[in-house]
Design a protein around this ligand. Sequence first.
Ligand SMILES: [Zn+2]
Length: 172
Amino acid sequence: MSLPDPDCWLSPSARVGRSPIEGHGLFAVAPIPHGTVISRFGGRLVTDAELRQLFAEASTAGVYVDTLSIDADLNLVLPADVPHHAGNHSCEPNTWWADPCTVIARHDIGRGEELTLDYATITDDPDFAMLCRCRSASCRGHVTGRDWQLRDLQAAYGKHWVPILRQRIAGS
Ligand SMILES: [Zn+2]
């Protein structure tokens, strides 16, 4: 796998705004056709042990570590102060993964729509859990690092998972 860029990229068609789901979110400021690249994630790669250390330091310092699983024992830690931190989860997301660090539109997205990703497709951390208030018809109520094992999600998202989860699903 090629190394991720040190920085993140966000389409000029996306912007941070107040979200009805949670705090701030990313919103389409122009129509975004199906398949369009919306964001590229970059940062630095760390092992699971390094990530646990970062989480421990961050909770002491009161800062937020934004991360996604790339491969077995390999995680991408996003730079601080990128708009990507604002991206919210939805159980019916309108964006999904095209390759390890690239997110594209899952279908045509209208101006003003919030851009969402299913966090189940991001993490293989078995300890990850959060309540969900995404209000979609298929809202799971809570999202966990084990949701990749759900057969209906595997069917709904096809190959659009981070690589480590795609491998696990193929092997399960
Ligand atoms: Zn939900």
